[in-house]
Design a protein around this ligand. Sequence first.
Ligand SMILES: Nc1ncnc2c1ncn2[C@@H]1O[C@H](COP(=O)(O)OP(=O)(O)OP(=O)(O)O)[C@@H](O)[C@H]1O
Length: 243
Amino acid sequence: MIEIRNLTKKYGKITAVNDLTLTIPQGEIFGFIGPNGAGKTTTISMMAGLLSPTSGSITVCGTDMLKYPEKAKQKIGYIPDRPYIYEKLTAMEFLKFTADLFNVPQNDFITKAEAELKRFSLLDWADELIESFSHGMKQRLIMCAALFHDPELVVVDEPMVGLDPSAIRMVKILLKELAAGGTTVFMSTHTLQIAQDVCNRIGVIHKGKLIAEGTVEELTQKARADRADLEQIFMILTEVPQS
Ligand SMILES: Nc1ncnc2c1ncn2[C@@H]1O[C@H](COP(=O)(O)OP(=O)(O)OP(=O)(O)O)[C@@H](O)[C@H]1O
């Protein structure tokens, strides 16, 4: 689970995230949506321990991110929107590199790596250089590496960008399987249909403020929308004029 209390991030005069308070229980898939510049990536960077808040706290499965960042980061699998990847490594070498960073036991590494690469349809490319991979293959490898240490919390910034329909389906099923197994998932996305399909609850951030939070049904009521359609709810809550 993750608990965020009064989280604020200022960049000079800009308040990118403004007094955000949110609790996401274990095993929930939480979707984080909002217009461009709303503060999603800033929030996620703080959750992943990459950016210091101006004020507030983040507790990851009982561990305070600001006081014990290394311990908190061990519990997180972070999938960034623009990942950095060492392209001169093979897929297997990259997995070994990340497994070592997270102190994953050495003894069953190959067996586990092969199983995970197979899950992401990458086993046939295990020993190929990453520089020869397509964008979607790199995305799948990043996900594979981020999940390799069995994190308790998965934080994903725009998980589906550049993936083909079968990979999107695979990722949706994967996220649901992770949640069913007790992993908490925090996902930011602009793809509202995907948020509607996989998330148990959704938070809407606008100009740094969490303006609504709940199930699609609860958000429908809050927005006084005429149907449970996240796109319509988004437009109403973020004040986009309706045609
Ligand atoms: N390093 C930075 N320095 C100054 N301002 C920043 C910095 N990073 C983000 N901002 C500002 O903070 C605000 C929130 O940006 P953020 O990237 O978190 O939004 P976002 O919701 O992820 O947007 P998008 O959907 O476009 O990716 C924006 O006004 C942005 O210009």
